[in-house]
Design a protein around this ligand. Structure first.
Ligand SMILES: NC(=O)c1ccc[n+]([C@@H]2O[C@H](COP(=O)([O-])OP(=O)(O)OC[C@H]3O[C@@H](n4cnc5c(N)ncnc54)[C@H](OP(=O)(O)O)[C@@H]3O)[C@@H](O)[C@H]2O)c1
Length: 261
């Protein structure tokens, strides 16, 4: 039986990863800050699927708490076969209009924690000659829409580099790059998404299924759904100055509060 560690497992895509991995018979380590939600999910999944579920409460922005998660990921006595780096958050404000502290927090959770856990898992898996890492990135990683794009570009490129570095050692790395998904993400960031057309929304179960299929198929970069495959296909061929202009204009339109003052 295999073991998967999922960060951000208390809500949204992370919770869905936990549910689908449990249904496939994987034991789980669930990581997030909300103990109550993690305990309830652990009890539900262990009962329904007869698997073992550990709860590891940690704020990934906190170095000491992140260190505990990294220790669990690289523990040679309790190997983790699949690491899902999923925890993340959005911001509704443009970069310079936001508090620096918030931007640093985003960097700690979605860049530093991802890097530290990839290092811990990659090293342990390389040693064993087997394992997988799934990093949840975004279609935003192909655009130039502020700090979030830069953060997710880091995640996609780190995944590509690691995939090459570890391929010869039996370890597979995938970057999952979804477009807009219905989760708690936008509500938590207080973003008004009411004008986003229905056809641009994805649902968490199909995004997660695509991610797990991509890992199984050994894909390095996975973009779920035909609509977003098309968007990324176009972004890859148009000159960067064009995609920069379009994504910059869209980002400003989505944030009317940043045009004031
Ligand atoms: N939704 C979208 O449209 C979309 C699109 C592309 C990519 N993504 C990416 O998908 C991933 C999952 O997002 P989601 O849409 O599922 O959002 P979500 O529903 O808001 O869930 C976010 C998860 O991350 C956890 N988390 C946040 N900060 C954390 C911290 N400091 N330490 C530990 N855990 C933390 C939260 O748990 P606690 O609050 O309990 O800690 C929660 O479980 C993110 O990396 C996001 O960037 C989302």
């Amino acid at each position: 039986m295999s073991v998967a560690l999922v960060t951000g497992a208390s809500a949204g895509l992370g919770r869905e990863f936990a549910e689908q991995l449990a249904a496939r018979g994987s034991d789980l380590v669930l990581v997030a800050r909300d103990r109550e939600r993690l305990d309830a999910l652990a009890e539900e999944l262990a009962g329904r699927h007869g698997i073992t579920v550990e709860v590891l409460v940690a704020d990934l922005a906190d170095r000491e708490q992140l260190g505990r998660v990294a220790g669990r990921v690289s523990d040679p006595d309790r190997p983790v076969d699949l690491l899902v780096n999923n925890a993340g958050l959005g911001s509704r404000r443009a970069f310079v209009r936001n508090d620096l502290e918030e931007e640093e927090h985003a960097l700690d959770v979605m860049v530093r924690a991802v890097m530290v856990l990839c290092h811990a898992a990659g090293g342990a898996m390389r040693e064993r000659g087997t394992g997988g890492i799934l990093n949840v990135s975004s279609v935003a990683s192909f655009t130039a829409m502020g700090h979030y794009s830069a953060i997710k570009a880091y995640v996609t490129v780190l995944s590509e580099g690691l995939a090459t570095e570890l391929a010869l050692h039996g370890v597979h790395v995938t970057a999952l790059c979804p477009g807009f998904v219905r989760t708690e993400f936008h509500q938590r960031a207080e973003m008004d998404m009411s004008r986003l057309p229905d056809r641009l929304w994805l649902d968490a179960p199909s995004v997660v299924a695509a991610g797990l299929d991509a890992v199984a198929a050994g894909k390095v970069v996975s973009v779920p759904s035909p609509v977003y495959k098309g968007v990324v296909g176009v972004l890859r061929v148009v000159p960067r100055r064009v995609s920069r202009r379009v994504s910059g204009a869209l980002a400003t339109r989505r944030r009317p509060q940043d045009r004031l003052g």
